[in-house]
Write a protein that binds this ligand. Sequence first.
Ligand SMILES: Nc1ncnc2c1ncn2[C@@H]1O[C@H](COP(=O)(O)OP(=O)(O)OP(=O)(O)O)[C@@H](O)[C@H]1O
Ligand SMILES: [Mg+2]
Length: 236
Amino acid sequence: MAEIICVIGNKGGTGKTTLSHMLCQGLGLLGHRSACVLTDVSREPLSPDGRRYITADARTRDALTKVVDKLRTLDDWIGVIDGGGNRTEMDRKLYALSDIVLLPFRESHEDIRTVVRDLEMFPRAYAVPSQWPSNAWQRDAADRNVAQLMGAYRHRILNPVGALSASKLLLQKQVPEQLPTPLANACRAFGRQVLEVLEIDVADIGETHGLTIGSDERLSSAEMPLRLNPTSRRPH
Ligand SMILES: Nc1ncnc2c1ncn2[C@@H]1O[C@H](COP(=O)(O)OP(=O)(O)OP(=O)(O)O)[C@@H](O)[C@H]1O
Ligand SMILES: [Mg+2]
């Protein structure tokens, strides 16, 4: 049975679509098969050519049911559903059918207030700091805001995904043959975190892309200090 992850949240523009594609690309680079599932009626489907994952169009209710039913029959696949912003009803539906839930948020107080409400509404969800500043001073300030305003949820916050202008490439209809290394690395790092949350052994996946993923690539608790509440996963 495939694992289903949905990327939702009651706010637009937080990075749901970008993170969904980065996650799928990262999983692909780590040797896992995944499908990025589009539910947002305001977006066009993207070609799977050149990606490390397949894309699925589930912009109607029927199509979503079909895609999810199909994924459920596939062993060792991971389905990543990109929700749209400001669609509480849809978010609840996606939450109900997902194994884990990701809630991207940016460093603004407004995003943080919204993600705190969403974390309360969705007890199985993890917050993902998105478009996080790379400048040390700004990053420090953003981290401090999170510690102050989200302290109660710190075990449900994943490591930040940094601001990377190259992330736009994954949202192009057709991706370039070669993606920039910083983007590939960010995708892999995010993929690894999510595999850890899913309790899928990163060390087991063998060779990908000429690189052996060894046990030394597992995240240390120092690298991933804010995880993990095992009860946040839905039992199968
Ligand atoms: N990690 C990132 N680095 C740089 N820019 C980013 C990153 N993530 C998202 N963006 C940019 O932020 C904007 C919003 O991102 P995206 O479309 O992924 O958000 P969304 O949550 O899916 O929005 P919507 O609610 O409209 O569906 C886009 O212009 C995107 O390129
Ligand atoms: Mg989107």
